[in-house]
Design a protein around this ligand. Structure first.
Ligand SMILES: NC(=O)c1ccc[n+]([C@@H]2O[C@H](COP(=O)([O-])OP(=O)(O)OC[C@H]3O[C@@H](n4cnc5c(N)ncnc54)[C@H](OP(=O)(O)O)[C@@H]3O)[C@@H](O)[C@H]2O)c1
Length: 122
């Protein structure tokens, strides 16, 4: 399993359910790295995307405690056990944890690689 994240000089990753900064080259890197693969995210990160829609051309897996939550084009899971069951169908190299903070915290120790973009903003 892999992790992908953009951080600022203080390792902050976002504010008010948005990214701190959106860098076109980094967005391109993110898109190219994850396209055709599996992305794992928390429900708030899904909501932060335009229209709250899943990412195109990727298998989107979303963790939430809300049993009533549904989103077209996303696989919804409610526990680590359920997440493991779904992830078992995929090659671990193809799985990317894409945030947010709660998901990095939850899955960091399961990841073999981390792609970290460090933004040296003022
Ligand atoms: N810089 C980056 O690369 C990057 C990448 C992604 C996100 N972000 C930023 O990260 C921030 C969001 O992070 P966040 O930590 O607030 O939210 P998050 O991790 O995206 O989502 C949190 C939600 O995930 C669900 N969840 C988490 N752990 C769970 C568990 N064990 N079982 C069931 N559900 C679980 C819960 O959903 P329910 O409330 O529905 O139960 C929880 O409220 C935003 O600012 C976003 O822009 C930054």
């Amino acid at each position: 399993m892999n992790l992908i994240v953009a951080v600022d000089r203080n390792w902050a990753i976002g504010k008010d359910n948005s990214l701190l900064e959106s860098i076109p080259d980094d967005m391109k890197f993110f898109r190219e790295t994850t396209t055709g693969n599996v992305v794992v995210m928390g429900r708030k990160t899904l909501e932060s995307f335009p229209g709250g829609r899943p990412l195109k051309n990727r298998t989107n897996i979303v963790l939430t405690n809300n049993r009533a939550f549904e989103r077209e084009g996303a696989i919804i899971v409610h526990s680590m056990d359920q997440l493991d069951d779904v992830l078992a169908q995929f090659d671990s190299d193809r799985i990317f944890v894409i945030g947010g903070a709660s998901m990095y915290r939850l899955l960091l120790n399961r990841c073999d690689t981390a792609d970290i973009t460090k933004i040296h903003n003022e």
